[in-house]
Design a protein around this ligand. Sequence first.
Ligand code: GLN
Length: 532
Amino acid sequence: MSKYIIVTGGVVSSLGKGITAASLGRLLINRGLKVMVQKLDPYINVDPGTMSPYQHGEVFVTDDGTETDLDIGHYERFLDISCNKNCNYTSGKIYSSIIAKERAGEYLGKTIQVVPHVTNEIKEKIKSVGSPDTDVVIVEIGGTVGDIEGLAFLEAVRQLRIEVGSENLLFLHVALLPYLEAAHEVKTKTAQTSVKELTRIGIQPDILVCRTNSGIEITNEMKEKLSMFCNLRSPECVIHNSDASCLYEVPLLLQKEGLDRIVCKQLKLKTPKANMSDWKKMVAHIVKKKPEISVAIVGKYTECADAYISVTESLKHAGLANDVDVKVKLINSVDVEEQGAETLLQGVKGIVVPGGFGTRGIEGKIEACRFARENNIPYLGLCLGMQISVIEFARNVLKMEGANSAEIDPKTKYNVIDIMEDQKFIHEKGGTMRLGSYPCELVKGTKAREAYGTSHIEERHRHRYEFNNKFKDKFEKAGMIASGINKKRNLVEIVEVSANKFHVASQFHPEFKSHPYRSHPLFSGFIKACKD
Ligand code: GLN
């Protein structure tokens, strides 16, 4: 049977619960354990797929085509596992499965209630995520303790602990300790209060992870006090988690604090110490001073850096692979429309146009792409960024005036990007795009094939529109070639401008498959070109 670690958060959101959970997962894996993860999000949307990036940050897509919370991305990057549809549940998804059962008459006339029906459903989903050989399942509950929405989830895990026993389920609570400038003091009351909130509903945390800003010390005295007032077994159950110089340093900081040791002790998991020497080397490489190169991401959600988190991470991984420090400049495509690419993109060594939906900022992205192509500045297009490169090429090289995507201009004469056949009659918005992993064959002698070093790849998708094959010959004759094809459906998956150093754009999202120590080939190839 798998053991469970339930991670909750207190005081404020954005505490980095996901990073704490992912870091703990990495430490447990390096102790030789098989780990799986799950994120439970208390909001009502069935998944984050229909939410604005301003609300939710990036939507991360798994191989099986589930649109998930961005924390799933952290889990994949930290743990090097492939997540699936069981790894992320929202209240909406839980409720829709209950309502479907109710409509099918499966509850045999009973009144359906939060307790036990919703809580049972949640417990079932928690149990569904591990496989028979999973040693530990880490379950992160989104939101903050005390939120009304989160109550059913907390009640479910309270019950689960009784069912499986305290040797098999551990509660880990992450709380903020603020530093009061005027008093020159770190305060522990916030953590005490949020633990009290948890105990009020019957959950006694076993481990308290205290988040502080960097440079703040938590003394042994404070640990003793927190342990005493939060009713913990011993001060060693209080773990300090300060801001780190980079995300990937967090597992090392938590190991120093003894987090994985205390977790294994409580869960009676007998393992050797985690060997983190390779991870340490990787972190040392990340923080080492390297030559800097500046790369622009031209998107429209730039006020919200979380909207592009996998793209930014992938660029940094590719920096590591090429021994450079990639400085990411988030540039708003609406500003490019107003101030011009020549002004805003001057001096950058590479340009990325990431994914996106809708009309706003499109022309700015096209301008950024033109600027890259005409000046032979490396360009990487991701999903919408691929469609942009096709539109740009159509307008400026093939002189198809007004060429566009049918998403932006449904009446355009040159619909170089058009809606997929099977999407034409779908009206429901949620979960209906072309989602998840699809195979793609790479064409010999192309930049894409060179970057991947192989001819068959599988990459993750999230889009409705695609390259219009009607125009393919024209494009290829003029120098934009299709270098990746989905053979089964004859879909263009990658395009590139042969004459340029690196002008490659994919209909899929390579950023969902990059790892810190195994940079994605397209990102590595792109950064290599930027560096040259
Ligand atoms: N809006 C475009 C489409 O649906 C691109 C989507 C994306 O970038 N993820 O095809």
